[in-house]
Ligand binder design. Structure first.
Ligand SMILES: N[C@@H](CCC[C@H](N)C(=O)O)C(=O)O
Length: 277
């Protein structure tokens, strides 16, 4: 089984071409591929599949390192776009600098920018509790939970569930305790990706994300959109920000609450391989 190893700002992927109709990898195979000692090592496995919808070059599936399926992956979408741009469409035809791909959460317009980065339409952040899903709250802003005193979070769906906690010092953020605790809390029936955000100034955020199905990652694209959307909605930052993650910088634009949010960032090839296990 051939695969490509890629990363977007350090969020790393094993990319499988399943456009020949092969089925998705089992959870056990995902865990084996993702293992950083005995496998390839990655945060997510991305599967490139035949597109059903007209005007879409390909659809893709997302599987976390623990084998669970996900609905959204911003860094992965940029890597899928770069993979398609390199290899061409289903017939091997070259692609232009603008096309559309389809994630489990819906269709995304992609654009290759002159500086080599990839810009992606990530859709509208959704703060409706039932859509996240966030249980037991009528608003997703500034939530408190009795078992986690002092942890104020906002929740948002970027197609996948996110909790965003503002901190004063990102280097001292309680990722390993509050991350898994919020993920396990009944308020998040589907668990959540938990982001810790520090506001640097009106144009800059720092972010670390404890991802669902992975743990701490070097970058989370949907998490960067979630953190920026929460910070913009609260008026902490302007509508165009750089989000600095441990693995790199993502640029986020959200002109207004009714608009789609756009993310731009890198997509890199690491190596090609063959899985023989
Ligand atoms: N790294 C991704 C998000 C991957 C999925 C996430 N762990 C989930 O389960 O929702 C990104 O760049 O958005």
């Amino acid at each position: 089984m051939r695969f490509s190893k890629m990363h977007g700002a350090g969020n790393d992927f094993v990319v499988l071409d399943l456009r020949d109709g092969r089925g998705p990898p089992s959870p056990a195979l995902c865990r084996a591929l993702a293992d950083r000692h005995t496998g390839v090592g990655c945060d997510q496995i991305l599967t490139i599949e035949r597109a059903e919808a007209p005007g879409v070059v390909a659809r893709y599936g997302i599987f976390n390192a623990d084998g669970s399926a996900a609905q959204q992956c911003g860094n992965g979408a940029r890597c899928v776009a770069a993979w398609l741009k390199r290899d061409g469409d289903q017939r091997g035809e070259p692609l232009s600098d603008r096309f559309a791909v389809e994630s489990p959460a819906g269709r995304h317009a992609v654009e290759f920018l002159a500086d080599g980065s990839v810009r992606l339409d990530m859709g509208r952040p959704d703060f409706e509790p039932a859509h996240i899903p966030l249980a037991g709250f009528s608003s997703a802003d500034d939530c408190l939970l009795a078992p986690h005193p002092g942890v104020r979070f906002s929740a948002v769906s970027m197609g996948n569930p996110h909790a965003v906690v503002r901190v004063d010092d990102i280097d001292r953020a309680p990722l390993d305790t509050v991350g898994p605790a919020l993920q396990r809390d009944a308020a998040f029936p589907d668990s959540a990706n938990v982001g810790f955000v520090q506001v640097i100034d009106r144009g800059h955020l720092r972010l670390r994300v404890y991802e669902r199905g992975v743990g701490e990652t070097l970058a989370c694209g949907s998490g960067a959109c979630a953190a920026a959307a929460v910070a913009m909605r609260h008026g902490w930052v302007d509508r165009s920000v750089d989000v600095k993650l441990p693995g790199g910088i993502l640029h986020i634009d959200w002109p207004d609450d009714a608009a789609s949010i756009a993310m731009a960032g890198p997509a890199a090839f690491v190596f090609e391989g063959e899985w023989i296990a």
